[in-house]
Design a protein around this ligand. Structure first.
Ligand code: AMP
Length: 217
C-alpha cells in the first residue's frame, strides 16, 4: 500500500504516521527527516536545503525529488510518505518513483490556519529523531522535546502561506485521481487514528474483492 499524508504544518501528520507504522506495518518516509540528514552535510546541496528549511520556504523540487526517490527505492513495499509531495511537480515525480503504480490513498488532515498556529506554538519535537513529543520525552529515544527553530511565528506564517500557494493544488491533483480522503484534523488524535484505520481497512477490503473478482474472470 502507498499512502501520502497531507495537511498544514501542525495538522498531526507526524503523530498519525507513527501509528500507521506501529499498527499497519507501513514504512514511514518523513521528508523533513530525510532533508535534515542531507542538510547536515557540508556541501552546497546541504547549505541550499538548510537555507530553504530555516526560511520556511520549500526545498527546490529537484533536490527533494532525488532524495525521496532514493528513500522509496530503499524502502520495502508498503510506504507512507509524510510531507511529500508538496508541489504539483513533486506529484508528477512521484508517479515516476513508484514506477507507474498509483498512490492508493492521499489523506488530508484538515485544520484551520488558526488551529495550526496555536498547535505549533505548543508543540515540542525530538531534536534527534524529529518525531513529535507529547509527554515530555521522545517515544523513540527518550530525548527531551524542544521547540523547532522553524516553529517560530514568522517562519510558521511563511510555511502556512507556502502551503496555500504550493501545496493546496496537490490536494486537487489527488482529488482528480479519486484517492483523496479528507479527515477533520482538529479532532482528538485518537479519533483521527480510528478514522484513518477505518479508511485503510476499507481500501484493503476493496483490493481483496478486486483481486478475487479478477481471479474469477
Ligand atoms: P515539515 O516538518 O514536514 O513541516 O517540513 C519542514 C520543512 O522541510 C518545510 O518547511 C520545508 O522547508 C522542508 N520540506 C519538507 N517537505 C518538503 C517537500 N516535499 N518539498 C520541499 N520542501 C520540503
Amino acid at each position: 500500500m502507498r499512502i501520502v499524508m497531507l495537511g498544514r504544518p501542525g495538522a498531526g501528520k507526524g503523530t498519525q504516521v507513527l501509528h500507521l507504522a506501529r499498527c499497519h506495518g507501513l514504512e514511514v518516509i518523513s521528508t523533513s527527516e530525510v532533508l535534515r540528514r542531507a542538510a547536515a552535510t557540508p556541501t552546497p546541496r546541504g547549505t541550499a536545503i538548510r537555507e530553504a528549511m530555516s526560511s520556511g520556504g520549500l526545498v527546490p523540487d529537484a533536490l527533494v525529488v532525488d532524495l525521496v526517490a532514493d528513500a522509496i527505492d530503499e524502502a520495502g513495499g508498503s510506504i507512507v510518505l509524510d510531507g511529500f509531495p508538496r508541489t504539483v511537480a513533486q506529484c508528477d515525480a512521484l508517479d515516476h518513483a513508484f514506477s507507474g503504480e498509483p498512490v492508493d490513498l492521499a489523506v488530508e488532515l484538515d485544520i484551520s490556519p488558526q488551529e495550526a498556529q496555536a498547535r505549533i506554538r505548543r508543540r515540542r519535537t525530538c531534536p534527534t529523531c524529529g518525531v513529535p513529543v507529547a509527554g515530555g520525552r521522545c517515544p523513540r529515544c527518550g530525548s527531551e522535546g524542544v521547540r523547532r527553530a522553524d516553529d517560530d511565528l514568522d517562519v510558521v506564517l511563511q510555511r502556512l502561506w507556502v502551503y496555500e500557494r504550493e501545496t493546496r493544488p496537490v490536494l486537487d491533483w489527488f482529488r482528480r485521481r479519486g484517492v483523496l480522503v479528507s479527515l477533520d484534523g482538529s479532532a482528538p488524535a485518537e479519533r483521527v487514528t480510528e478514522e484513518l484505520g477505518n479508511v485503510i481497512r476499507c481500501i484493503e477490503r476493496m483490493s481483496t474483492v478486486g483481486a478475487a473478482s479478477g481471479r474469477e474472470r
